[in-house]
Design a protein around this ligand. Structure first.
Ligand code: AMP
Length: 287
């Protein structure tokens, strides 16, 4: 069945109230949907009576106006995927509906977790992301019954921040996550991949190659020697590396001491970001 499409907060509220579900699974997205999103919809579908998704390209989280202008948008194709995944309600608001009182005066600050890595390279990105997620989690809240929200592990730092926001502000929602969905050759699926040509898509595979190199050493409890991963990037001059770090999975603090020649034990997370043809790509892998 085709999902019900709603554009206003009022319509969303009454559609949820009318469904009166025992459980609601909510998946916020920026559209240009791909199999990574679909995995979230499937999990939400399997675990809830009502599945609500949002499609909203949130200008506040773009620190670069060109990136916002170029971000892929394709509502018709998105609706085909939402239908296939059995989504019940698609909330696709215009910006004035979300920021009805104008640009928020009162804003969340992502703090130390938001200043590292993506936050360092994209000032204001995480505050803008929290601004919209904080609102959307209210707007999709069924007020009674079980309430779950679904996020991808692809955006590891975003997920860590949303977990903190939900804990710090006592949102009555259970957070659920899904592992990264990749192409057959290992590239993490991303709406931004649509902006890459064939050559750039090929070059972008270095992110996964570098991760695999270090992850396989970790699995064998060998020293990680991450300089070798950095060396792989040097061999791909069209890929501009921003960071490749091994961090604590909870605090995201860099674990510099395990990056070189000590045998690897314990748990960590590899985080990487790079630009290919001006398009920013991120990836990560727990080790
Ligand atoms: P976006 O539309 O990029 O804001 O993403 C919406 C949600 O889908 C976020 O929770 C992302 O982490 C998740 N997501 C995006 N790409 C992937 C992927 N390749 N694998 C898993 N989750 C993803």
């Amino acid at each position: 069945m085709t999902p019900m499409i709603v554009h206003t907060r009022e319509e969303l509220k009454s559609a949820i109230a009318h469904a009166n579900p025992k459980s609601l699974g909510f998946v916020p997205t920026m559209g240009a949907l791909h199999e990574g999103h679909e995995r979230l919809f499937d999990k939400a579908r399997a675990e809830n009576e009502l599945v609500v998704i949002s499609i909203f390209v949130n200008e506040l989280q773009f620190n670069d106006a060109q990136d916002y202008a170029n971000y892929p948008r394709d509502l018709d194709t998105d609706l085909v995927m939402a239908t296939r995944a059995g989504v019940d309600i698609v909330f696709a608001p215009p910006a004035e509906e979300i920021y009805h009182a104008g640009k928020p005066l009162i804003q969340l600050h992502s703090g130390i977790l938001g200043e590292m890595y993506e936050g360092a390279s994209r000032p204001g990105h995480f505050d803008g992301m929290l601004a919209v997620v904080a609102k959307l989690l209210h707007l999709a809240d069924p007020r009674q019954g079980e309430y779950r929200a679904y996020f991808g592990q692809k955006d590891a730092q975003q997920l860590a921040l949303i977990r903190r926001m939900v804990a710090d502000l006592d949102y009555p929602v259970e957070l659920c996550s899904v592992p990264i969905v990749r192409s057959a050759r290992g590239l993490a699926l991303s709406s931004r991949n649509a902006l890459l040509n064939a050559e750039q898509l090929e070059a972008a595979l270095v992110l996964h190659r570098a991760i695999e190199l270090i992850a396989s050493r970790a699995a064998r409890h060998e020293p990680l020697n991450i300089d070798d991963a950095l060396g792989l990037f040097q061999m791909e001059p069209s890929v501009e590396l921003d960071y490749f770090v091994v961090v604590d999975p909870n605090t995201l603090q860099e674990l510099a001491f395990i990056c070189q020649d000590t045998p690897f034990t314990g748990e960590a997370l590899i985080l990487v970001a790079a630009k290919v043809g001006g398009v920013r790509l991120i990836d990560n892998q727990p080790i």
